[in-house]
Structures are given as structure tokens and as C-alpha cells.
Design a protein around this ligand. Structure first.
Ligand code: PMP
Length: 360
């Protein structure tokens, strides 16, 4: 078996131990004689898997009891609509801190339901920074404030939780959840597509303060109402059982690794090595303001962009996969989520040095 160094932005690398365990349990989940995929979501076996996963996620993120944790479908993109449907009424104003392409999509969706106000935007600098907090213009009347903690495409990350007074803070944490500790009590709503740091695509994790439930606007379809899912332990309809199970394995893996505080140290170390390799060279460049750089997605461009194709070809030949930047921005991007090992980052850095020496 050969496993490559996988720098995919998502669906992304999963821990090898998790995949191995899933493989071992594939045909006969713990003596049940069937795959976990073949079981009723209401069976006591699956319910125990589901409950354990939630318990472990609560433990890993220190989620307070007055928050519901939901395991849903529809991706983070559906949350772009569910957040306004559940947390605002027609005509209400909502504030956005706008730092990139995923924020743009969340804003476009929210505009269908709300009066969207851009309280801050880094569009004028090409989304290469998080605007300074003293420049934000938060609205008195906003029902909530939304931000994208880590912009997966631009590689721009908030490194502190925005101060928004008593407004519920809504966070798209798709590409940074579980990468470092966060104080969940500061948020009204956190959502994340699973396919980066949680598990396979098809599962979306939502963490919502219970006092915000039960206020969806009239006409909200049941499946888009957080209260409906919270009231049924995310089993109002058939949940994404396999994704939920695999997420549970990832949570157990994270606990064994020492939890998110330990992950944060490893992630900071991986990112700082990679940024140092980029900054120490005139051959590679990262355009993001140093204090806003992402610890999860590291975009970089080659000084001579005519070498992009060759870089990617030779990287692949060396077992370094999925380094092509997002189609909207070009260049390269290395996604270095929890499951991407320090050895993979070292291999990438060694390759970058080698490529620079031979082509630079
Ligand atoms: N938000 C962020 C920050 C993302 O990175 C992504 C996907 N890459 C999305 C939202 C959209 O997620 P999904 O494809 O699960 O709808």
C-alpha cells in the first residue's frame, strides 16, 4: 500500500488509523454481523455510536450544556441559508465580517432573507487580511454577526474571536474547527462541513446555543429548522450515519492525540515551518498579511508562474498531491489540516527547496 502526502483542501486527508479501523469494521461492526452503514439509525448500536461521537465532540471542544450539537446534511453551504432562516425575521439586518470567497457565498445567500450589512471587508486588498477591529462598523440593530473563521481559498484566518457585544456571533468554522481550542460560549452558532477536520463529506456539524432555537421564521421547511433537529437528536429524518460514525472515530483519534490543545501546537509548528520556507525564498510568495495567515490553508505563488505546471507535475511524481490552488485564484495551496502529518509538511518543504534549486 502506498499513501501519498495529501494536501487536498477538502474532502481532505483523514488519519490513517481511522481509515484502518473503518476498514476492519466495514463488514462486521463489532460482532453485529453487518456494516454500520447497513444498520437502522434507530438501532441501539447506531444510537450508541451517535451518542459517543457527540459526547466526545463536546469534550474535545468543551461545549457547554446550553448548546445543542447537531449532525446534519447539506454541507456548510446549506448553513448559509439555515442561519438567516433560524436567527432572523424578514427585513432584519445582519452584519458580516467579509474576508473572502466563502464569506461572499454566505452573504449572497443571506441577502435572499435579510438586510445584509458589511461591517468590515477586506475586498479592497484582495482578501489578503482580516480588517482591524477598530475599523469595523457593527450595526446597532443587527440580529447577529457572521464571519468565516478561516477562508479556505484565500488562506486568511481570524486569530481571535471577534468582539461583537451582546449580538449572537455566527461562525463558519468549516476549515478550522478542532484545529485549536475555541471558547464556544462566545458563539451563538458554529457550523462546519465535515470534510476537512471532522470526517467525510456529507456531514455538517452545527453547534447552536439553545436559547436561539425555536425562533425560525414562518414557512421555514422543517428540515431547515434547527429546533426540529435538536428536538429529535438529529434523527428527525435519516442522518448521514456513516459520516457520523467516521466523525466519531476521528474524535476518538483526536482524544488519543491529546485533544485540540495538542493539535494546536502541532498545527502551529507545521504552519510556521511552511511559511518560513516560503518567506525565506524569493522564488515563492504568500500574499496574506502575516497576522492573518491561515494555519490550515497555505496558498503560495511561484515568482515565475510559467513553472506552475512543472511544479505540480514534479510534486505529484514525488507523491505530493493536490497542491493546485483553487481555480478562482490559481497558484498553489497546501492544506495542512489535523490529519496532515508533520512529515508530509517536511516532505513538501524539501521538495520546494529542491525545485527552487533546480529551476530557480
Ligand atoms: N465554508 C468554507 C470555509 C469552506 O471551506 C467550504 C468548502 N470548502 C464551504 C463553506 C462549503 O462547504 P460545503 O461544500 O460543505 O457546502
Amino acid at each position: 500500500m502506498t499513501r501519498v502526502h495529501n494536501f487536498s483542501a477538502g474532502p481532505a486527508a483523514l488519519p490513517l488509523e481511522v481509515l484502518q479501523q473503518a476498514k476492519e469494521e466495514m463488514l462486521d461492526w463489532r460482532g453485529s454481523g453487518m456494516s454500520i452503514m447497513e444498520m437502522s439509525h434507530r438501532s441501539k448500536e447506531f444510537v450508541s455510536v451517535a451518542e459517543t461521537a457527540e459526547k466526545n465532540l463536546r469534550e474535545l471542544m468543551a461545549i457547554p450544556d446550553d448548546y445543542a450539537v447537531l449532525f446534519l446534511q447539506g454541507g456548510a453551504s446549506l448553513q448559509f441559508a439555515m442561519a438567516p432562516l433560524n436567527l432572523s425575521q424578514p427585513g432584519d439586518r445582519v452584519d458580516f465580517l467579509y474576508t473572502g470567497q466563502w464569506g461572499k457565498k454566505a452573504i449572497a445567500e443571506a441577502k435572499k432573507f435579510c438586510d445584509v450589512h458589511l461591517a468590515a471587508s477586506s475586498e479592497s486588498d484582495g482578501f489578503c487580511s482580516v480588517p482591524a477591529a477598530d475599523q469595523w462598523q457593527l450595526s446597532e440593530s443587527a440580529k447577529y454577526v457572521h464571519y468565516t473563521e478561516n477562508e479556505t481559498i484565500g488562506g486568511v484566518q481570524f486569530h481571535s474571536i471577534p468582539e461583537v457585544g451582546d449580538k449572537p456571533l455566527v461562525c463558519d468554522m468549516s476549515s478550522s474547527i478542532l484545529s485549536r481550542p475555541v471558547d464556544v460560549s462566545r458563539f451563538g452558532l458554529i457550523y462546519a462541513g465535515a470534510q476537512k477536520n471532522i470526517g467525510p463529506a456529507g456531514l455538517t456539524v452545527v453547534i447552536v446555543k439553545k436559547e436561539l432555537l425555536g425562533k425560525a421564521r414562518e414557512g421555514t421547511p422543517s428540515m431547515l429548522d434547527y429546533q426540529v433537529h435538536a428536538g429529535a437528536d438529529s434523527m428527525s429524518n435519516t442522518p448521514p450515519t456513516y459520516g457520523w460514525y467516521l466523525a466519531g472515530l476521528v474524535f476518538e483519534w483526536l482524544k488519543k492525540k491529546g485533544g485540540v490543545a495538542e493539535m494546536a501546537k502541532i498545527n502551529a509548528n507545521k504552519a510556521s515551518k511552511l511559511y518560513a520556507a516560503i518567506d525565506d525564498s524569493d522564488f515563492y510568495r504568500n500574499p496574506v498579511a502575516v497576522d492573518s495567515r491561515s494555519l490550515m490553508n497555505v496558498p503560495f505563488i511561484l515568482a515565475d508562474q510559467s513553472l506552475d505546471t512543472l511544479f505540480l507535475e514534479q510534486a505529484e511524481a514525488a507523491g505530493l498531491m493536490n497542491l493546485k490552488g483553487h481555480r478562482s485564484v490559481g497558484g498553489m495551496r497546501a492544506s495542512i489540516y489535523n490529519a496532515v502529518s508533520e512529515e508530509s509538511v517536511d516532505a513538501l518543504i524539501a521538495f520546494m527547496h529542491h525545485f527552487e534549486k533546480t529551476r530557480g
